[in-house]
Design a binder for this molecule. Structure first.
Ligand code: HEC
Ligand code: HEC
Length: 334
């Protein structure tokens, strides 16, 4: 029901935007991404270190960046992730880029925000396989960290709450402004080619913007995967129902952001769509009942690639060394 309302809203938007040649950005269903505002530079710097620190894992080998590689669009570019002990992950790793704009975290939205999310992977046996007590013990044994936590939080005692707070603050800086599409939205009409613009119009006119809208081009609602045609999934993930226990939410997933989608292959919660062209074909067919021609598909793909923004750039953090008291990693223990 609510979906039907949003779809007709998209159709209404389409009519008004379709005639305008240079519609002002305010009329568009997608808005530019604002640059990150850093409130506490020391907190962000600490969070960056923790994001890259493999010592938060049992193996001493896996960090957040192992699966959300900031050199590769904030993902691992794998169908499903590899966790502790080469564990085969159950679901595709979404990008951390622009994740601060999500209405909730994870495909099923089970974490309310980035801080709530960040504790999960450290203690997940299939991911980093540590636990919060051990992670804190490790950090507490490293003098360089103790000093830095003290500088930021004012106490000698490291807590998991501080760890997740710092990681979340770093993640909030991982936004990707100034894509060519955003330049176009802001009035630089030469920023897009005719093909990309045609792709954007197809994206709007077909109804994609009913679900992929706002600054992140998604991330702001849960929607059914397979609205007009069921999606045959290879993974057991059941979507939002796992959180709400409401049958109406079965196979509802958080609509992923399409920002930087050129970099975040493969696609869908099961990683089954290897290419952007395949993802667009599937979406058109199962969400909207549209069979795009090869030419239409290529135009939409061209538009989607214009959503690649400036990637976060920073100096690689140099991590403080372990001390004699630091618990040693156990990479080959189950
Ligand atoms: C072993 C691989 C792996 C590691 C290590 C890992 N993640 Fe993830 N991450 C995933 C997967 C897979 C998901 C999706 C899980 C789901 O939705 O059920 C995910 C989801 C997320 C999300 C939610 C994004 C969204 O759009 O919903 C964020 C944010 C995130 N991870 C941040 C982190 C941080 C911070 C760390 C380090 C503390 C970390 N991850 C470590 C694989 C990993
Ligand atoms: C009814 C809502 C809805 C509509 C309409 C819709 N999508 Fe989606 N889109 C989703 C959801 C939900 C997912 C995630 C599905 C999953 O993985 O289970 C998704 C995933 C995607 C992905 C994969 C992103 C990733 O990181 O895995 C792409 C690309 C995409 N959509 C493009 C489109 C295009 C192009 C259109 C229009 C032809 C469209 N979508 C229409 C809801 C929608």
């Amino acid at each position: 029901m609510s979906l039907r309302i949003t779809l007709s809203l998209a159709a209404a938007l389409t009519f008004s935007a379709g005639v305008a040649i240079a519609a002002p950005a305010a009329d568009e269903p997608i808005q530019p991404i604002p640059a990150a505002k850093v409130k506490d530079a020391n907190l962000v710097e600490l969070g960056k270190k923790l994001y890259f620190d493999t010592r938060l894992s049992k193996s001493g080998f896996i960090s957040c960046n192992s699966c959300h590689n900031l050199s590769m669009g904030g993902t691992d570019n794998l169908k499903t992730s590899i966790g502790h002990n080469w564990n085969k992950g159950p679901i595709n790793a979404p990008t951390v880029l622009n994740s601060s704009m999500n209405l909730a975290q994870f495909w099923d939205g089970r974490a309310a925000d980035l801080k709530a999310q960040a504790g999960g992977p450290i203690a997940n046996p299939g991911e980093m396989a540590s636990n919060h007590a051990l992670a804190v013990e490790v950090l507490q044994s490293i003098p360089g960290y103790v000093d830095e936590f003290k500088k930021v939080f004012g106490s000698d005692k490291v807590t998991i709450d501080e760890v997740t707070k710092a990681i979340a603050a770093f993640e909030e800086t991982l936004v990707t402004p100034n894509s060519r599409f955003d330049k176009w939205l802001k009035g630089d009409k030469k920023a897009l080619t005719a093909t990309e613009l045609a792709g954007y119009n197809l994206f709007k006119d077909s109804g994609c913007t009913a679900c992929h809208n706002g600054p992140a081009v998604g991330g702001n609602s849960f929607q059914k995967m397979g609205v007009v045609e069921p999606y045959t999934a290879t993974s057991p993930a059941e979507g939002r129902v796992a959180v709400t226990k409401d049958e109406a939410d079965r196979f509802n997933f958080k609509v992923p952001t399409l920002r930087n989608v050129e970099l975040t292959y493969p696609y869908f919660h099961d990683g089954e769509a290897a290419t952007l062209s395949k993802a667009v074909e599937t979406m058109g067919r199962i969400q909207l009942g549209k069979n795009f021609t090869a030419d239409e598909n290529a135009k939409i793909v061209a538009f989607l690639k214009s959503l690649t923004g400036e990637q976060p750039s920073f100096k690689m953090p140099i991590l403080p060394p372990s001390s004699d008291a630091t618990p040693r990693p156990t990479p080959f223990e189950k």
